[in-house]
Design a protein around this ligand. Structure first.
Ligand code: FAD
Length: 394
């Protein structure tokens, strides 16, 4: 019997035949005829470059098969064949790792195309643990970061990996699989959470890491994670993510814009600089939006980070006696500082948090860039191609 294999396919019912994937594929694995756009199984190496550029999501289809679908079979399709039954297939597990990669690609879509890691970023380890071989972490602590009156329940959760190697870099995520099954009786899929501690651990030189998790009403995994108690064991996968990373260059300038739990990777970036790059001369500026100080994760500790290390703009949209202010509004009050950053090839921009923040932030960048004679889209695309513009929204 043939060994089951995982095959990348395109859904012909959803594909709009824009051929962007075909133009993006570095291996010429994607081809088309008059009917369909298809993937050559012999050439595709799962680089995932085609995933973020697809405007419809039709590119993001995977099947575990005993015998690969040929190009001719795919050219003849009107719709995708169902997943065939594969006995004891490890491919299902691999396909789930691709699902994680696709989730990340979706989260990075806001960068406007292919994301690249900063040139001086350390090389990340990815996919070390998967659903078939997860790591087991023990909860060392879970602390509520937001006040009860604020209505938001965001928690700082510390996971101890014990003797299992789990190398993470700032900006990477891990997968957590909630126990149990969904309404159809299928095991729940893992969810991604950004690591909020630096590479040398929440506690320096301990094999632990932290997460910043918001309890979502009705959410399966966030409630599971937020309810975990000290000593509980949790199955984790990953690490995931190879582009939303910080530069190791201590003179790199970091502009970080976030809402809510989008602050998680920036906590890690800041701690990394505090611990490892003392004397770093690249400045760090943060625009961080929340409803109120009580609902802003890490409000107290953040305020203790010296301004010379991290210039903080904490922006609130629901203060009782003040007009609503969002991160993009505060950016508009700092046009000179932002224009200076945009013009500097040492600058790296990171945007993380709610997807809804992207548009307003882009509009502020555009307005500030154009007031200084810079064309925003070409500046952004150049920065992205140089690994200096990163978006992770969900
Ligand atoms: P799900 O069960 O998947 O539900 C999704 C939404 O549907 C929820 O908002 C829930 O309110 C709603 N819903 C579900 N069932 C019902 C129902 N019966 N009635 C009403 N509404 C319902 N999250 C963080 O908190 N911190 C992070 O650092 C973080 N990092 C991320 C990084 C990446 C790259 C990505 C892609 C996502 C990240 N997320 C993060 C989001 C996280 O992965 C989950 O999506 C989030 O925790 C919600 O998952 P859930 O299982 O709780 O919700």
């Amino acid at each position: 019997m043939n060994k089951p294999l995982k095959q990348h396919l395109i859904d012909p019912e959803i594909c709009i035949r824009c051929y962007t994937c075909e133009m993006t594929c570095p291996l010429e694995a994607i081809v088309h005829d008059d009917n369909n756009v298809v993937v050559d199984v012999d050439k595709c190496n799962f680089c995932m470059d085609c995933i973020p550029v697809c405007p419809t999501g039709s590119i993001d289809e995977w099947r575990v098969v005993n015998t690969a679908y040929s190009l001719d079979e795919q050219f003849g399709w009107e719709d995708l064949p169902a997943q065939e039954e594969i006995a004891d297939s490890p491919g299902g597990v691999e396909a789930l790792d691709d699902a994680m990669a696709a989730l990340l690609a979706e989260a990075h879509k806001g960068a406007g195309g292919r994301s690249k890691a900063p040139a001086t970023a350390a090389k990340p380890t990815i996919n070390m643990y998967n659903l078939g071989k997860p790591a087991t972490a023990k909860v060392q602590g879970s602390y509520r970061l937001t006040k009860e009156e604020s209505g938001a329940d965001v928690r700082h959760i510390i996971l101890d990996l014990g003797g299992q190697p789990f190398p993470v870099l700032e900006g990477q995520s891990i997968g957590i699989t909630p126990p149990g099954t969904d309404a159809e009786g299928k095991p729940y899929l893992p969810r991604l959470y950004s690591v909020s501690s630096p590479r040398d651990g929440e506690r320096p030189h301990y094999n632990n890491l932290s997460l910043t998790v918001k309890r979502e009403e009705g959410g399966v995994c966030s409630n599971y994670v937020c309810d975990l108690k000290q000593g509980d064991e949790v199955q984790v996968t990953g690490p995931f993510g190879a582009t939303f990373l910080m530069p190791d260059d201590p003179s790199a300038r970091l502009l970080m814009i976030c809402t809510g739990t989008g602050s998680a990777p920036f906590r890690a970036f800041t701690m990394r600089r505090q611990r490892a790059a003392q004397g770093a001369n690249g400045d760090m500026i943060m625009f961080f939006g929340a409803r109120t100080p009580d609902s802003l994760p890490y409000f107290g500790p953040l305020n203790k980070v010296p301004e010379h290390l991290l210039k903080k703009h904490l922006v609130f949209s629901r203060l009782p006696d003040a007009p609503k202010e969002y991160v993009q509004d505060r950016m508009m009050t700092e046009p000179e500082a932002i224009a200076d950053l945009l013009a500097d090839p040492k600058t790296h921009i990171y945007i993380c948090g709610l997807r809804g923040m992207e548009q307003g932030v882009e509009e502020s960048f555009k307005s500030i860039a154009e007031s200084t004679g810079l064309q925003w889209e070409s500046t952004r695309d150049m920065m992205r191609d140089e690994g200096r513009y990163h978006v992770e929204t969900y």
